[in-house]
Design a protein around this ligand. Structure first.
Ligand SMILES: [Fe+2]
Ligand SMILES: [Fe+2]
Length: 341
């Protein structure tokens, strides 16, 4: 619990203690989510300080993004190692780490740039777990999920591939295409992860469902069950985050794609495979983050993204020289192949 000045309060923070009026009447109870209306009320009642819950994501992040990312890397690594060795992995540490990531998502404006710079920092499985957690939190925020739902999304993202610790590195890091037998082996990570997660009875069942079902697809083409139709919400969010991070990362078997190409692939997958509502929000929002970024075009020119049209977000206007612009929505022969900064 933190005591903060009323001027620093933001809507969405949660009260850490009951508030009473000067004559002893209960005004607001602990856990109340602060609204704009409350803020005005506090000012008119001359209330100066308020206790708020530390989990309030609106709290300014106290760590830099890189520090938070590094800490999460350490935690996820020891968690995975412990799980692999058959020990008792520390879920509380993972929860704390997710809280820190939630703070980052709510306070860092250029989060995609930060994520891009740290992408190749460690083994793919570790950085991927953190990236999918961050992206799932971000999607939860865009979908206006509650604070608790956002935390669960972060947990689900962080743990979604935990079952991969039981798959041999030879298969996970194989540079070429997997044989059908090897692919069957990889598919097991969903069930193995689920079996591990469900050993902890305190964890919300949606986390286990996301671990089990993040490769299921609406048309039944996914695995492990080949479920057709509605997929658990947490699994559906993690699926979008997972596909996007995989496409934009360097993996053993494929080079990374530009965020624009990845967004286009997600869009295509939203017809029958990924949840269309979640994918649409992601697709609409994500490309806006790239206004101002330096990009490389398929015609080898470099430029800066200066305008993103909401109707066609992956085909922005790029300035390639003083007074020279390419509108990718009109010139379909050119596309963005890389984001540099
Ligand atoms: Fe997976
Ligand atoms: Fe994954």
């Amino acid at each position: 619990m933190l005591k903060i000045r009323v001027e620093s309060l933001k809507p969405g923070m949660k009260l850490g203690k009951d508030i009473f009026t000067y004559d002893g009447k209960l005004l607001l109870t602990k856990g109340t989510v602060i609204s704009e209306e409350h803020l005005k009320n506090f000012a008119s009642r001359n209330i100066k300080d308020i206790y708020i819950m530390e989990t309030s994501p609106q709290l300014k992040a106290t760590k830099s993004f890189e520090e938070a990312f590094d800490d999460s890397l350490d935690i996820v690594k020891s968690f995975m190692l412990e799980a692999k060795l058959g020990g008792n992995p520390d879920y509380a540490e993972i929860e704390n780490s997710v809280d820190t990531l939630v703070q980052q998502v709510f306070s860092v404006t250029d989060i995609f740039r930060h994520m891009r710079l740290l992408k190749d920092k460690d083994d793919y499985l570790f950085t991927h777990s953190i990236n999918v957690s961050l992206l799932s939190i971000l999607i939860g925020r865009w979908l206006k999920c509650s604070e608790e739902e956002i935390r669960l999304l972060g947990m689900a993202g962080m743990l979604h591939d935990i079952g991969k610790v039981y798959i041999s590195n030879e298969i996970l890091n194989k540079p070429g295409k997997l044989t059908p037998e090897e692919f069957e082996e990889v598919k097991k990570h969903t069930i193995l992860g689920y079996n591990l997660i469900t050993q902890n009875e305190d964890l919300d069942e949606n986390i286990a469902k996301a671990v089990l079902m993040h490769h299921e697809r609406l048309d039944g083409s996914g695995y492990p069950m080949g479920t057709k139709g509605k997929i658990n919400f947490y699994a559906a969010v993690v699926a979008v985050a997972d596909v996007y991070d995989a496409l934009t990362s360097n993996r053993a078997y494929a080079g990374k794609l530009s965020p624009y190409t990845a967004a286009d692939i997600l869009w295509q997958e939203s017809f029958g495979k990924l949840d269309p509502r979640i994918t649409k929000v992601f697709y609409d929002r994500i490309t806006n983050f790239y206004v101002g970024n330096e990009v490389v075009l398929s015609n080898n020119k470099r430029g800066v993204v200066i305008y993103v049209d909401r109707c066609n977000p992956t085909r922005p206007i790029v300035m390639v020289g003083e007074n020279e612009f390419i509108n990718l929505a009109e010139d379909l022969s050119v596309s963005i192949i890389e984001v540099i900064d």
